[in-house]
Write a protein that binds this ligand. Sequence first.
Ligand code: FCB
Length: 435
Amino acid sequence: MLPSRSDFPAGFTFGAATSAYQIEGTAVAGLSHWDSFAATPGNIADDSDGSRACDHLNLWPQDLDLVRDAGFDAYRFSTSWARVMPDGLTVNPDGLDFYDRLVDGMVERGLKPFLTFYHWELPAALAANGGWQNRDIAARFADFCTAVHARIGDRIASAATLNEPWCIAWLSHFLGHHAPGLRDIHAASRAMHHVLLAHGTAIRALRAEGATSLGIVLNFETCHPADDSPAAARAAETQDAIYNQWFIRALMGQGYPDAALEGIGPHLPDRWQADMELIAQPLDWLGVNYYTRKLHAPDPGLWPHAAELSGPLPKTQMDWEIRPEGLTEFLTRLARDHTGNLPLYVTENGMALGAGPDVTQDDRRVEFIADHLRATRAAMDQGVDVRGFFYWSLLDNYEWGWGYGPRFGLVHVDYDTMARTPKASWHAFHRMLRG
Ligand code: FCB
């Protein structure tokens, strides 16, 4: 059973989250680097792409009904850059029409729109120009954000520039798991900096247009040493610096962490230090995505000299360990070490769970959510200003390199018929929020 709404303060925002490429379908959108990444053999577990996804482009009214009917206060969604600007530069008014209607649909249903400008589908034309490796991306991204803001900003409750810069830069340019699929320390290091420069440039441009309630969404993952050795501790510390400190430190004006600069520093763009002030724009809130922890062992190979090992805890369909206390730890650590009184939102937390014969049965997910809601509440009890919790995801959807296998949804999607079926977890939220 989920906790009750009254366990949280009045005004605490409960929401469900999605992203454009994972649910919309790409008709009438320009080509993005995810389309070409997905068209490359071996990149996606089931060789699928987002061309149809959940057909949210057409079925959005019933999807928003599901958000409202569960009793959620808010809906976190993203805008596809490739839909709004197919060539990365020129606004396509039809693309913006879609988001205009979608936001109206949220407002009509009493849902607060929580916008994320960028959740990973970079227009292919910009990718061909170096994408996040090219400093020019900062200005292009600010143009995209201001174009979206000009059309729908008047109805947006809250806006994040980017979703998960670690994934945009490191997972995609160093580990090669996401588009553009590079494994290159130079490319990755430049992306690690430019993604933050793009954020700062966009925040400044949006503020100049009068935008309010601006933030960014970062992902955090517990990095534990695989054993008691000093070498394992060092491996975990380096991974923690890259994953959990690089972005938040820069955003809060605390500079890049030394343990990460050791390997990344030599590849950063010239005069990167001069950008740090622009990167550290004042924010109105920070979004925290949290799913799991990883164990790290020393690796004699090249920097960062660390290898990821599988841990002993119960796991989700993604093989991710379930460790709710990590969420309490990150929320308290962020407030203590970095963000002070800045309001925090849990912008993503959720569990992939394969569908059984009865697709509505997902009691393990209900338990997962209950534990993470309690973990959020525990951080609040320790004085952390957490303002909301968004479940990832409203619908089963396209899970990037994993294709359509993992099911994160509160609502089951039949990918042949596109039928939506609320699961027990959707009903649990319904009881909690409407009960
Ligand atoms: C996050 C992403 C989201 C989804 C979940 C499972 O890293 O923001 O799009 O893939 O993980």
